[in-house]
Design a protein around this ligand. Structure first.
Ligand SMILES: C[S@@+](CC[C@H](N)C(=O)[O-])C[C@H]1O[C@@H](n2cnc3c(N)ncnc32)[C@H](O)[C@@H]1O
Length: 207
């Protein structure tokens, strides 16, 4: 049977799509409707859902909102409020993920809240985008040697100031089904496809 992956804080489905490519059946959870999310979606609170249903899945991914942790928050960006206006959900999510006993992944920006995270860059997967994301894993391991950044000239930086046009960024991430705005919240599927293959291999050895 196809392993099932629970995609918490699903957003428009960048992370979820990578796991699907790696062979998982993906089910998402988000408090906001996500009309372009490509898989089954439950519009409810992620922490409540994982507490109740987490064990029904083979593995769980969580992308809590990064605004509390991101460096740009409160640096005078007119649309950003101070970081304490945003919830800090990494620690409560981790506690609930561990309680399920399932292998898990927590993705975020660079923050000391993540335990021994692995950093991945879009450019390491041949994408023309410089986007760094950090992944804590539990219940399985990732290789110590990860794909390296290739910050070649001409690749599109992720930058909140927005020097690149938004649709160029979306297309470079290979998130063509999203709006350009949604793509700024998403991670490139290539990252979770890579993680998903290691997760799949780990599940196969315990099965
Ligand atoms: C950074 S986005 C996730 C992007 C996604 N990982 C991707 O690659 O497309 C975070 C999402 O968390 C959702 N969210 C915020 N608080 C939530 C909660 N308590 N429960 C479920 N979803 C929540 C937001 O609506 C938003 O869509």
């Amino acid at each position: 049977v196809t392993p099932r992956l629970l995609d918490l804080f699903a957003g428009p489905g960048g992370a979820g799509t990578g796991y699907s490519r790696a062979g998982f059946e993906v089910v998402g959870v988000d408090t906001k409707p996500q009309p372009r999310y490509p898989f089954e979606l439950h519009v409810v609170d992620a922490l409540e859902y994982v507490a109740e249903h987490g064990r029904e899945f083979d593995a769980i991914h969580a992308s809590p909102p990064c605004q509390h942790y991101a460096d740009v928050t409160g640096w005078g960006h007119a649309h950003m409020r101070p970081r304490d206006d945003y919830p800090a959900l990494i620690a409560p999510a981790r506690e609930l993920l561990r309680a399920t006993g399932r292998p898990y992944v927590i993705e975020n920006v660079r923050t000391k809240e993540l335990s021994y995270p692995t950093m991945l860059c879009g450019s390491a997967f041949g994408l023309a985008v410089r986007r760094h994301r950090y992944f804590e894993v539990g219940g399985f391991v990732l290789p110590v040697l990860t794909p390296c950044c290739r910050h070649a000239a001409g690749i599109v930086p992720f930058d909140h100031g927005g020097t690149s046009t938004e649709s160029a960024f979306r297309d470079a991430m290979e998130c063509s089904w999203m709006t350009a705005h949604e793509a700024r919240q998403a991670i490139p599927p290539a990252m979770t496809e890579w993680i998903g293959r290691h997760l799949m291999a780990a599940l196969a050895t315990v099965a």
